[in-house]
Write a protein that binds this ligand. Structure first.
Ligand SMILES: [Cu+2]
Length: 175
C-alpha cells in the first residue's frame, strides 16, 4: 500500500516536473558568496551561482544608506556571475541586487542581504573610484578644464583691452 502510494506520488511528481520544465527554463540563483544572511569579513567580490548559464549580468552592492560599492561591470562566465567590490566595505548590512538574462531570454532578478563585521573600514571612506557614477564625473572634469581655457582667454582679452585703454589714456594725457 505504502509502496503504491509512493510510486503514485513519484509519478505525479515526475509529471509535474515535466510539465513545469518549459516554465522553469528561466534560471534561478542557487548560491551566493557572501551567502544570504551571512555575517562575513569585508568581501572583495560577490559571486552569484545560477542553475543555468546567464548573460548580461548587472549587480549592485548597496549599504543601508543606498551608497553603492560595486566596482566595474559584472562578469558572467557560464552559470557564475562575479562582481568586484571597490574598496573595503565598512561594517553594516548590505543589499545585493542582481539582474541576469537566462538562456531562454527571460530577465531574472532578485535581492538578498548580508552583513559585514570586523571591518576596519569606516563609513566615511570615499566611494570606490570605478563605480558607474565615476564616468560622468570624469567627463565633468574635462569639461571644467574647457571652462578654465575659456576663462584664461577672457582674462587675456580683458588684459589686452585694459592695456589698450591705458595706452590711449596715457597718450591722451601727453597730447
Ligand atoms: Cu523563462
Amino acid at each position: 500500500m505504502m509502496r503504491r502510494l509512493a510510486a503514485g506520488a513519484l509519478a505525479v511528481g515526475t509529471a509535474l516536473a515535466l510539465t513545469a520544465a518549459p516554465a522553469s527554463a528561466h534560471t534561478s540563483l542557487t548560491s551566493a558568496s557572501p551567502a544570504k544572511d551571512a555575517a562575513v569579513a569585508a568581501p572583495s567580490q560577490i559571486v552569484l551561482t545560477y542553475a543555468d548559464p546567464v548573460r548580461l549580468p548587472r549587480v549592485v552592492v548597496m549599504d543601508a544608506s543606498k551608497k553603492q560599492y560595486q566596482s566595474g561591470p559584472a562578469k558572467a562566465v557560464d552559470n557564475k556571475v562575479t562582481q568586484a567590490v571597490g574598496g573595503a566595505l565598512p561594517n553594516g548590512e548590505y543589499t545585493v541586487g542582481w539582474r541576469v538574462v537566462s538562456s531562454d531570454g527571460h530577465p531574472v532578478e532578485g535581492t538578498y542581504t548580508f552583513t559585514v563585521k570586523g571591518s576596519s573600514a569606516t563609513a566615511q571612506d570615499p566611494a570606490p573610484a570605478s563605480s558607474p557614477a565615476a564616468a560622468p564625473a570624469a567627463g565633468k572634469s574635462s569639461g571644467s578644464s574647457g571652462w578654465l581655457w575659456i576663462g584664461l582667454i577672457v582674462l587675456v582679452i580683458a588684459l589686452a583691452a585694459g592695456a589698450v585703454a591705458w595706452l590711449r589714456r596715457s597718450s591722451a594725457a601727453k597730447g
